[in-house]
Design a protein around this ligand. Structure first.
Ligand code: NAG
Ligand code: NAG
Ligand code: NAG
Ligand code: NAG
Ligand code: NAG
Ligand code: NAG
Ligand code: NAG
Ligand code: NAG
Ligand code: NAG
Ligand code: NAG
Ligand code: NAG
Ligand code: NAG
Length: 831
């Protein structure tokens, strides 16, 4: 039918389709030559990034459109080229997602095509070249250079494109200020400069843009206040300035702009009070993570009949809703409420009226006692996200919400048995409470469960056997610090999807089940602080993704010698290998050390992310992994594991023999602890090759010989312990060694020189006068600290992308709204 219609149209109104090569006009030589020259300036790239992004977000495959461009054919027939139906002038060029790679040629004539109205070069890779500055003053109405790896300033000459209605330069690496000249573009309806590195103030001239409907400049480093003028932006529909450094009070036009529906101003430094909105149009208001203050009476939003999304989290606000009778009808259309850190002492009464609530975040408040009875009717059919973490709740009875997908009760004071949520659950977090009793195996019916965190409670009993079959959906299972006993773990079925499995700090015993081997994607395994009695599970070495193995403080024993052929990819991705406090014996595992390709820097770490965890396709962390390990002699719970942290801890075992020279190959190693073993021989000089090393503990062995002088070159080394050995000779002097105290060397009678009191029989260098660390090192110390502080009621980055990962978990409308609206508009516009 559709093709028939097309045929009819074509037969009877051929001029409509004159861009076809059969038309009497064909494109001019001049225009064709410009296009060919442009094409020849680029190669075609296959970068995963470009290809994936196009298919994921834009919704279509990228392909090299310019491959169809052949000289001596009519350019009007080329892919991506549109000609005028009468005179065959090139009027539109759409090379989005065409895998173009290379620099803009400085002499290109493309931008001088005299009739071009639309130019779309988005989703290519222009190799950090600058935006061309000599656009033809080309009748150009639509210019999209987004997501194409451009750098440098936003060219002032864009202000000459007086006919422009759409300008999209988002997701590049543009820097410098927003040029004032953009204020000349009086026809502009869509302006998108988001996700660049633009700085400075928003120019006042932006107030000229009275036609503007969409303004997105989020994800830059803009500062100063938003230009204000009471009647500004009469046509503005959507405003996104989130993720900048903007300050001052909210501009007055925000409350009055008659068409403004969406307001994203989160993650800035706005201060002062929120006023009452005069316009009735707002549908979405997101003001989270600012410095707004004052008492907010929720009825002040009651005149906004269309409001369905309200986020006031993480400011210095105090929310109140004073009446119990009159509030029932306020804000009946709210679907999503984010009131984290809003000084609430109870579930706000007005929630009672919200039958179709989908998302509710009341985390980080002062709510005590139990979840009120009436909450069971709020969103009983619709609620999919509930976050009441970081309060003082003491009791939950059951979870009535039939469509719940994300339930976060962590960090409360809840006692009693663990109720099981509806089977729609995706993410179930109850860590840091006092839940007790056994975990019902009913939880295994929740076949969409992806993240289950029961850590830091008093749960006991055996781990339900059925967890093993749950594991084809389950990716993250954290049972850390409970009282689970019995053998571990349940039998994991083929197809097991676990990537993180943490049993740290329970009472588990017996051997390891080899069925863990079915979890081919396992990245992190922490079994520490149990009573596991087994020999070393060599077979774990073949898990291709295993990056972190922590078996600390168990009853494991035997030798780690392997006869495996050198070619097998044993532990090739391992980054953290902690076997400390067991009964392992025999020589140090040279065979493994040779194969730690990630630490040797032979195996590229696949990810570009900073921490191990679960990420959405845009690279925002949703959930990060945690483990318990020792760093610099201190036990810590690492709530975020940096992907670049490389640590080996074999301390407190019965290893014997010499420290193998090959240890010097592990050149990305940050921490090495071989203390409390029976090692003898010398400290290999090759340890001086470990240039990333921050801590080294070889104490309580039987090491002899001298401390190699090359260790003084380890410029990041901030913790050294070689005490309780049989070392002798002069302690290396200078550099890092100026910072270590006496206790690093105690119990080695033969050592001499600073800082021990015994002098050497040679001329000593003058005593060092610096004991403080150099600049680079204190930076590192700061970095550690930041990470260890970890979770809590901090800023949640990326409100707009945080939930994308949960495709079934909703709130889908939000995902669509934020992530795809832009794309939809783009496509609508480009038609
Ligand atoms: C990319 O940019 C670099 C640095 O400016 C340059 O050396 C290289 O030739 C460019 N590559 C291409 C394909 O244009
Ligand atoms: C542009 O410069 C390149 C080399 O720099 C040259 O090969 C090409 O002919 C020039 N094109 C035009 C249209 O001037
Ligand atoms: C941008 O260009 C630089 C330099 O060619 C390259 O290293 C980088 O990977 C590119 N980024 C993207 C997202 O294509
Ligand atoms: C565009 O206009 C500006 C000022 O109106 C002028 O300086 C510039 O030369 C013009 N550029 C072109 C390519 O016509
Ligand atoms: C734009 O605004 C600036 C200052 O805000 C003003 O000087 C300029 O005349 C305006 N331009 C137009 C075209 O209205
Ligand atoms: C936040 O606002 C308070 C006053 O309400 C002010 O003292 C403080 O400096 C502001 N903080 C930031 C980071 O702007
Ligand atoms: C709620 O408090 C506001 C001021 O905080 C007040 O104006 C209003 O009358 C109160 N409403 C009720 C029903 O008490
Ligand atoms: C929180 O609310 C209480 C009253 O409920 C008030 O006394 C206290 O000052 C508020 N705290 C902040 C930080 O606003
Ligand atoms: C949901 O709550 C409403 C009352 O607000 C009630 O009428 C309805 O039956 C409840 N639905 C279910 C499935 O419990
Ligand atoms: C491990 O189990 C065996 C018996 O199965 C027992 O003899 C041995 O003492 C246990 N080892 C430890 C360290 O508990
Ligand atoms: C340590 O580095 C030196 C050169 O810097 C090299 O000759 C030696 O083989 C390295 N040793 C090891 C064990 O990698
Ligand atoms: C719940 O809220 C806390 C604090 O705001 C936040 O850190 C956490 O990520 C939220 N949980 C989920 C599942 O979104």
């Amino acid at each position: 039918m559709a093709s028939y219609l097309f045929l009819c149209l074509f037969l009877f109104f051929p001029h409509l389709y004159a861009s076809s090569s059969s038309g009497s006009h064909s494109c001019s030589h001049h225009e064709a030559a410009s296009l060919i020259q442009f094409k020849n300036s680029f190669s075609i790239t296959q970068t995963v990034h470009a290809v994936r992004y196009c298919s994921h977000i834009v919704g279509f495959q990228s392909y090299p459109k310019t491959n169809s461009w052949k000289e001596d054919t009519d350019c009007c027939s080329w892919d991506g080229v549109t000609c005028h139906h009468l005179n065959a002038h090139v009027i539109a060029l759409d090379l989005s997602c065409s895998r173009l790679y290379g620099n803009f040629p400085s002499n290109t004539t493309l931008f001088h095509l005299p009739h071009l109205q639309k130019l779309d070069l988005s989703y290519n890779d222009f190799n950090l070249s600058k935006i061309p500055s000599d656009f033809n003053n080309v009748s150009l109405k639509f210019l999209d250079l987004s997501h194409s790896n451009l750098s440098g300033p936003v060219s002032r000459s864009l202000g000459n494109l007086l006919q422009l209605t759409d300008l999209d330069l988002s997701r590049n690496q543009l820097s410098g200020q927003i040029p004032r000249s953009l204020g000349n573009l009086l026809q502009l309806t869509d302006l998108d400069l988001s996700r660049n590195q633009l700085s400075g103030q928003i120019p006042l001239s932006i107030l000229n843009l009275t036609q503007l409907e969409y303004m997105r400049i989020d994800g830059n480093t803009l500062e100063g206040s938003i230009p204000d003028e009471v009647t500004a932006f009469p046509n503005l529909i959507s405003l996104d300035l989130s993720g900048n450094l903007l300050s001052g009070t909210l501009p007055s036009w925000l409350y009055t702009a008659p068409s403004l529906k969406e307001i994203y101003l989160s993650q800035n430094q706005f201060s002062g009070h929120i006023k009452k909105f005069q316009s009735k149009s707002p549908e979405l208001i997101c003001l989270s993570s600012n410095n707004l203050s004052g008492v907010i009476e929720l009825s002040m939003f009651s005149n906004l009949p269309n409001l369905n999304y309200l986020d006031l989290s993480h400011n210095s606000l105090s929310l109140t809703s004073n009446s119990t009778s009159s509030v029932n009808h306020i804000l009946p259309n709210l679907i999503a409420i984010f009131f984290s850190s809003c000084n609430l002492s109870e579930f706000p009464q007005f929630l009672k009226g919200l039958k179709s609530l989908e998302s509710l975040d009341l985390s980080c408040n002062r709510i005590e006692g139990k979840i009120p009875q009436w909450m069971q009717e709020v969103g009983n059919d619709s609620l999919s996200y509930l976050n009441v973490s970081h309060n003082s709740l003491t009791e939950v009875e059951h979870f009535p919400w039939k469509n719940i997908a994300v339930l976060d009760l962590s960090s409360n004071l809840i006692r009693g048995n663990l109720p099981i949520p509806a089977l729609t659950i995706n993410v179930f977090l109850i860590s840091n409470n006092s839940f007790n009793g056994e975990v019902s195996s009913l939880i295994c019916n929740a076949s969409f469960l992806r993240i289950l965190d029961l850590s830091h409670n008093n749960l006991s009993g055996t781990i339900p056997q059925c967890f093993g079959s749950l594991s084809d959906s389950l990716e993250f299972l954290n049972l850390m610090k409970n009282k689970f006993y019995g053998t571990i773990p349940p039998t994991f079925a083929k197809g097991c999807n676990l990537s993180n499995f943490n049993l740290n700090g329970n009472l588990l015993e017996g051997p390891l089940t080899p069925s863990i081997f079915n979890c081919k994607g396992l990245e992190v395994l922490d079994l520490s602080n149990n009573k596991i009695n087994d020999t070393f599970p060599h077979w774990l070495g073949s898990l291709p993704q295993l990056q972190v193995l922590v078996l600390k403080s168990n009853h494991m024993h035997g030798s780690l010698c392997v006869n495996s052929s050198k070619s097998s990819p044993f532990f090739s991705k391992i980054q953290i290998f902690d076997l400390s406090s067991n009964y392992f014996s025999g020589p140090l595992p040279v065979g493994y050390i040779n194969n730690f390709k990630a630490i040797i820097n032979l195996e590229k770490i696949g990810s570009t992310v900073s921490y191990m965890g679960m990420y959405d396709y845009e690279g925002s962390a949703f959930y990060t992994y945690s483990i318990g390990i020792a760093m610099k002699g201190q036990d810590v719970e690492l709530v975020k594991i940096f992907t670049m942290w490389m640590i080996i801890d074999l301390s407190n075992n019965q290893f014997e023999g010499e420290i193998p020279k090959v240890i010097g190959k592990l050149n990305l190693l940050k921490g090495l602890n071989l203390s409390h073993n029976n090692l003898n021989g010398g400290i290999p000089t090759s340890i001086g090759n470990l240039t990333s090393l921050e801590w080294l503990d070889l104490s309580s062995n039987r090491l002899s010989g001298t401390i190699p002088n090359r260790l003084a070159d380890l410029s990041f080394l901030s913790s050294l312990n070689v005490s309780e050995n049989q070392l002798h000779g002069q302690i290396p002097q200078g550099k890092q060694f100026n910072t270590f105290g006496n206790d690093s060397y105690e119990g080695n009678k033969g050592l001499c020189g600073f800082p021990v009191s015994k002098g050497c029989n040679i001329i000593e260098p003058p005593p060092p006068n610096v004991l403080k660390k150099d600049g680079s090192k204190s930076n590192i110390a700061f970095g550690w600290k930041v990470v260890l502080v970890g979770y809590g009621c901090g800023v949640v980055f990326g409100m707009s992308v945080g939930y994308v990962v949960f495709q079934t978990g909703k709130p889908k409308w939000l995902v669509n709204l934020v992530e795809n609206q832009h794309e939809k508009r783009r496509r609508r516009k480009s038609k």
